[in-house]
Design a binder for this molecule. Structure first.
Ligand SMILES: NC(=O)c1ccc[n+]([C@@H]2O[C@H](COP(=O)([O-])OP(=O)(O)OC[C@H]3O[C@@H](n4cnc5c(N)ncnc54)[C@H](O)[C@@H]3O)[C@@H](O)[C@H]2O)c1
Length: 258
């Protein structure tokens, strides 16, 4: 027996990075997994690598699509025990210069996408009456500002706080909701930023671990929060950052603007 034998999980953003690592670790521990993502090619690669993993094309900002992804999870595997709200991306720009549509894009994806994932997963769990667990992947930027990334940092702070309201509302239904706040993780999302040598060097100088996390090092804490080991953990946040929060986030302005 492994921790997640018979467990059914839905992972948004499951085609890449942290979401893919969560899916793969869940599969390794016996779970049935549905990966939901907007990236059809990425989903096809995941399905080719593991024929037992189910995939569903889904834009998490589209309520009907998220509802359909949850329905597909239940149709395919008979239930839904956990949902991991991981899908995310950002369009950057300073507050004075960013296109307003870009600012809205990020807030919509990070915050509304999380709301819709929790809403539809929790509705299915509540209807089935067996409880469940939801893990929201927020960010260390929920606690520290990000020059040129105000929409991302603000929306991540909101998603962390949202987890607490969700925990409050869903506890009577046996559904736990927690947030994970990763620091720097080596994924396609961070590759462009880490390609700027000065940013990379300054980040690493501040991270006591002196390296970025592998996505599997974020997946592990996410799985813990969805597991029975965390049966009394609810409405809280787990910072997984190699100690970065201790040393403060750099002001990127002089690094990016010379
Ligand atoms: N990489 C980091 O350093 C880091 C740090 C803190 C938080 N995070 C958060 O972790 C989560 C995963 O990021 P990652 O680093 O694995 O990035 P990633 O780019 O590797 O993966 C993100 C996935 O989300 C999917 N996605 C984007 N928009 C979507 C949408 N509208 N609907 C459905 N899927 C969508 C992408 O297609 C991609 O597969 C994000 O929420 C990100 O903000 C990442």
């Amino acid at each position: 027996m492994t921790r997640f034998d018979g467990h059914v999980a839905l992972v948004t953003g499951g085609a890449s990075g942290i979401g893919a690592a969560i899916g793969s670790r869940l599969r390794g521990e016996g779970a049935h997994v549905v990966l939901a993502d907007i990236d059809a090619d990425g989903l096809a690669r995941a399905a080719a690598a593991d024929p037992d993993v189910a995939t569903v094309a889904c834009d998490v900002t589209d309520s009907a699509a998220v509802e359909a992804a949850v329905a597909e999870t239940v149709r395919r595997f008979g239930r839904i025990d956990s949902a991991f709200a991981v899908a995310g991306a950002a369009r950057f720009g300073t507050i004075t210069d960013i296109a307003e549509d870009d600012w809205t894009f990020t807030v919509d994806l990070v915050l509304r996408g999380t709301f819709l994932t929790v809403r539809h997963a929790a509705r299915a769990m509540r209807a089935a009456g067996h409880g469940g667990a939801v893990v929201i992947v927020s960010s260390l930027n929920a606690h520290v500002p990000l020059y040129g990334g105000s929409s991302y940092a603000a929306a991540k702070a909101a998603s962390e706080n949202f987890a607490k309201s969700a925990a409050l509302e869903l506890a009577p239904h046996g559904i736990r909701v927690n947030a994970v706040l990763p620091g720097l993780v080596a994924t396609p999302l961070t590759a462009p930023l880490l390609g700027v040598e000065s940013v990379n060097a300054d980040y690493l100088a501040r991270i006591p671990a002196r390296r970025a996390a592998d996505p599997s090092e974020i997946a592990g804490p996410c799985l813990y929060l969805a597991s029975d080991d965390a049966s009394y953990v609810n409405g809280t946040s787990l910072v997984v950052d190699g100690g970065w929060e201790i040393t403060n986030y750099p002001d990127l302005a002089p690094l990016l603007e010379g």
